[in-house]
Ligand binder design. Sequence first.
Ligand code: GLP
Length: 242
Amino acid sequence: MKLIQVKDKDEMSRLGAKHIIHRVNNQPKLVLGLATGGTPLGTYHYLVDEYNKKRISYQDVTTVNLDEYVGLTQKHPNSYHTYMEENLFKFIDIPLNKTHIPDGSADNLDKECQEYDTLIESLGGIDLQLLGIGENGHIGFNEPGTSFDQRTHVIELTESTRVANARYFSKIEDVPKFAITMGILTICESKEIVLLVSGENKAEALDQLLRQKKEDEAFPASALIHHPNLTIYADESALSLY
Ligand code: GLP
């Protein structure tokens, strides 16, 4: 695990984007795993900036997102489909048929999960997975207690995750209770992982992750500690308890 300490969220976002751009430029057909939430937003803005400066092309890149809410249509303003479209995809040259996000509105969710795994397998796995971390240590939407041996599956969101994500909805009751998430096994099989952590509300989770010696399913991010190629970009406030 490589920990890179940065001053603030902006520096984390800039270095996160630089990391991704470097990889894409070295391997134009990169399979890039993407995350949502507040944390990677700045990184996406930097990726768009660099694209506008013609320093990168995504024409041959394939993306696979970590997760999606169950019950929201792709066009719903709070779906992760909309998030990715509005914050990244519509500003860059990635062909839309090379972007993949689980479909939370599928009639048969189990089939959707299996097809998502088959897709990732057919791509040869993920080359670089971008991650954030939840306040309770979740990665993707793998909540505490999720088996580390699971691949894509449906998960019931914890109350604390629904409360943390309620800021994007008009009221807490509107936050879906379930999500489809890539499983921890798939995430950990990524050849490389970049974890972005910013803000005091993440300090406890980050402190626990950095001190954790053993994998523990009660703390999902601990699945990452033995990953051979993990880089963490963390800002001062996220590191304030460490
Ligand atoms: C969300 C997402 C995760 C994300 C995490 C942290 O619920 N499913 O992929 O990393 O929770 O979110 P944020 O970056 O908004 O703090």
